[in-house]
Design a protein around this ligand. Structure first.
Ligand code: SAM
Length: 425
């Protein structure tokens, strides 16, 4: 398990390769050298052999298949798998080699252009700094600023002028910002995406990371938008969605939300949480009924009565909204709600803040009750509109769960930005 984690060894099932990748390459098998620089047991390339006549396989393999992995055990398994498919051991060992492909590009002797099909290791730099320091060397010099091993794999392809590739990598490559802006900006100026399959469900046994398959093709360096259609696969449906990624937006998908939030209409300050410490500092004689969001039992938050001074009592009573940051069921959507409606109390107390619990909002300057209700209606309808438009892509998929629906999480800074687009006039 540990080795799996440190080397990012999550193997692709051959069925994924056969359903999504093979049909798109089967007519050009003899035109390329099929390479996987992080091959594991060879699941992403060796099944090609099944489509080649038995008597031609040895020849085909010698010119068209080249596999590498840094782990000798994986190499041994890949060699055995090639042998099972009819390749001689000598040739299997010649074209399937142990190599550190993140450090350098291996020598590949083939007259055909390389087509790289891979599912490289994924390991976030934060994790590497704490638990896998041996990988820090890949992030030095020109690779400074990249955030994950898979990004090093991509950028090595760019440096080595690989024309075509298929990568299975975290879908965050397309959707997130801070950790992926640099790789998208650098890589997608040189490559276009011609096709993608985005999984919103688990495809590897031991990791809940959502992944996507991307088809990349070298283009003339350019800042033109990249347009492509992707197949999106969730637990219960498959649909097609069009994407247009722009250089100005760091080629990030789902940017409609942040673009909309540029229309800032007010300067409201929003503070989150009624903290236990604030209640203690403002003790007094006014009784207020609250729920304690850290105490959840039998599907309910427990109710408490707190005693505070008049100033804090007024502040609690005058701020009537809470934010639900996570969809909690098919009909309990993320959004703004009234505390009274939902919990029949005036406030939501927390001792330890959790961003996924209901959170009371406090506005400065204060808003009238009427304004807050208008804000709530505005916020929820805008949020739904943007979710509809982008298939909720600006939200984070919140943990993998067996539930039928996909739970989406709206970040607190996004909540603030959307609130700031509300016109107070
Ligand atoms: C996510 S697995 C995928 C394996 C295979 N491509 C598949 O899809 O089944 C990543 C593989 O990269 C290998 N790996 C990790 N670091 C490597 C490095 N520096 N050079 C080459 N391979 C490496 C791991 O041993 C692992 O087998």
């Amino acid at each position: 398990m540990n080795k799996e984690r440190i080397l990012g060894q999550h193997l692709t099932s051959t069925s994924i390769f056969k359903r999504f990748i093979l049909p798109k390459i089967k007519d050009k098998l003899k035109d390329y050298a099929w390479v996987d620089l992080y091959c594991g047991e060879g699941n992403l390339i060796l099944p090609i052999l099944e489509t080649i006549k038995t008597e031609e396989r040895e020849n085909f393999f010698s010119e068209h298949i080249f596999l590498f992995d840094s782990d000798s055990e994986m190499i041994e398994k890949a060699v055995q798998n090639a042998i099972k498919l009819g390749i001689s051991e000598e040739l299997a060992r010649k074209n399937i080699k142990q190599h550190d492909s993140l450090a350098s590009f291996p020598k590949i002797e083939s007259k055909f252009p390389i087509f790289h099909i891979t599912n490289p290791p994924y390991l976030y730099i934060g994790y590497i700094q704490k638990n896998a320091k041996q990988h820090l060397k890949y992030f030095q010099d020109k690779n400074k600023g990249y955030q994950d091993l898979y990004q090093i794999a991509l950028i090595n392809d760019l440096k080595n002028n690989i024309e075509k590739s298929v990568y299975i990598i975290p879908s965050n490559f397309l959707f997130s910002s801070s950790g992926t802006n640099k790789i998208r900006r650098d890589f997608l100026q040189a490559y276009k995406i011609t096709n993608a399959v985005i999984f919103e469900k688990k495809i590897f046994e031991n990791t809940g990371t959502n992944v996507a398959i991307f088809w990349f093709e070298k283009k003339q360096e350019s800042k033109k938008p990249i347009k492509f259609t992707a197949l999106k696969i969730t637990e219960n449906e498959e649909k097609r969605r069009e994407y247009s990624l722009t250089y100005e937006n760091n080629y990030r998908a789902g940017s409609e939300f942040s673009e909309f939030c540029n229309n800032q209409n007010n300067n409201l300050r929003v503070n989150y949480y009624l903290m236990q410490s604030e209640v203690e500092k403002n003790s007094g004689n006014t009784e207020i009924e609250v729920i304690n969001s850290n105490k959840y039992k039998n599907n309910k938050y427990s109710k408490e009565v707190i005693r505070v001074n008049e100033k804090l009592a007024a502040k609690i009573k005058n701020n009537i909204l809470f934010i639900r940051t996570v969809d909690s069921g098919s009909n309990l959507r993320a959004g703004l709600y009234e505390i009274k409606d939902e919990f029949k109390v005036d406030g939501i107390l927390v001792s330890i803040p959790y961003r996924t619990n209901p959170i009371q909002l406090f506005f400065t300057p204060e808003l009238s009750i009427e304004q807050q209700i208008k804000l709530k209606d505005y916020f929820n309808s805008k949020l739904e509109e943007l979710r509809e438009k982008t298939d909720s892509e600006f939200m984070t998929t919140y943990k993998y769960s067996k539930a039928k629906y996909t739970r989406k999480y709206l970040g607190l800074s996004q909540v603030k930005k959307l609130i700031q687009t509300f016109s107070l006039d």
